[in-house]
Design a protein around this ligand. Structure first.
Ligand SMILES: [Zn+2]
Length: 372
């Protein structure tokens, strides 16, 4: 009996060692940064001098307040770099959190795109002395469609009403790099994903990628300003980076297998919608027939359970019918009613009624993008 017990014990120890070894030492190299276990509004140092703040969000529970975008900040030798500006109220909350981690000045804030929950806090960061950085398309969208969107959003949010839209100070094309002998951050544009002006922040030293809404963890993909075909290709590019931790725009920190989940959602959505179009089905019929059990397993929400997810099907439907002009997305009325439904995540993403992105286009009113 004793012999059998010791055999069990030996097997147990061996098993534990294997589990420990695989957790500590992945097959592909040295120790990975652990994935932090966090509650809403928690701040954790996920790598030396790199902090993540997990903002509250739920795709289907209106009792959970929408805390805007997640944030990562990086403490350099002489200054701090922050990923995403959030709404004005939340920007102030985040600044208070940053000040608990460092007394260095906040020098740069990246707007990962022009949406309100990522860019409307610019004015608050600027008062702290920070320069606002964004991809040139995000900067342009904020300039072209920002004022009207801001005005609309001010009807629902006091913090927007009480503040003013602050434009981008520094815009870039492909990338913008910040480096000293302690930290290295590269703002990168992979192409049109969630919006035409998406930027991610790559921290090569720590193998961390902060994606904004180009990659989210949960049922938080808003596709109204997206190019779904390009999004899939860009996710492949992201996946080529050496990344241990993905800090998404919304939802929990993840390993890089999150890219595959995002890609699967867009790929299967496009395939299902294409199949429906070929069978001459309407967008509504395609929507009601959609069921991706794996998606619910990932997000906890059915693939067409929320108004936003239903809108995503319509967006892809219109894309595949050639009714979406991707060059002008984000600078004209949003195709769908973003304010409807209980999804608090939609607050601040107001419909856009503004001129086109590029000169040479007819005004939006004269040239409807979506006939559906
Ligand atoms: Zn967004």
């Amino acid at each position: 009996m004793l012999k059998r017990l010791s055999l069990f014990a030996a097997v147990g120890v061996a098993f534990a060692l294997v589990v420990y070894a695989s957790a500590e030492k992945p097959a592909d190299g040295p120790k990975q940064l652990p994935v932090p276990d966090m509650k809403f509004n928690d701040v954790k140092e996920i790598a030396p001098g790199v902090f993540f703040r997990y903002s509250s969000i739920s795709a289907n529970d209106p009792k959970i307040p929408f805390g805007g975008s997640n944030h990562t900040w990086v403490v350099f030798k002489d200054y701090v770099v922050v990923i995403d500006a959030n709404f004005p109220k939340e920007a102030a909350d985040v600044i208070a959190d940053i000040k608990k981690t460092t007394n260095k000045p906040i020098k740069y804030v990246l707007d990962t795109h022009h949406h309100g929950d990522h860019a409307y806090g610019n004015t608050i960061w600027a008062k702290e002395g920070a320069k606002i950085v964004a991809h040139k398309n995000a900067a342009r969208l904020l300039k072209v469609s920002g004022p009207k969107q801001w005005e609309d959003a001010a009807k629902d949010r006091k913090d927007i009403k009480d503040n003013e839209l602050k434009q981008v100070d520094i815009s870039f094309d492909d990338k913008y790099e910040l480096k000293d002998d302690t930290q290295h951050v590269i703002f990168m544009h992979f192409g049109h994903m969630h919006t035409p002006g998406d930027a991610s922040a790559y921290l090569p030293k720590h193998k961390i990628l902060c994606t904004g809404d180009a990659c989210v963890n949960g049922a938080f993909n808003y596709m109204g300003h997206s190019n779904s075909a390009s999004w899939i290709k860009c996710l492949d590019e992201m996946n080529k980076l050496d990344v241990d931790l993905v800090c998404p725009g919304h939802g929990k920190v993840s390993r890089k297998d999150l890219f595959a989940l995002e890609k699967r959602y867009f790929t299967e959505l496009r395939a299902a919608v294409k199949k429906g179009i070929d069978a001459k089905k309407s967008a509504d019929d395609i929507t009601s027939g959609l069921d991706f059990p794996w998606y619910k397993e990932w997000t906890g929400v059915g693939v067409v359970e929320t108004p936003m997810n239903k809108d995503n099907v319509k967006h892809v439907y219109n894309e595949l019918l050639g009714k979406v002009d991707h060059d002008r997305l984000g600078a004209r009325p949003a195709p769908l009613d973003l304010g409807a439904g209980p999804n608090t995540a939609l607050a601040g993403r107001t419909p856009e009624r503004t001129p086109p992105l590029r000169a040479g286009f007819a005004p939006a009113s004269a040239r409807p993008i979506l006939s559906a």
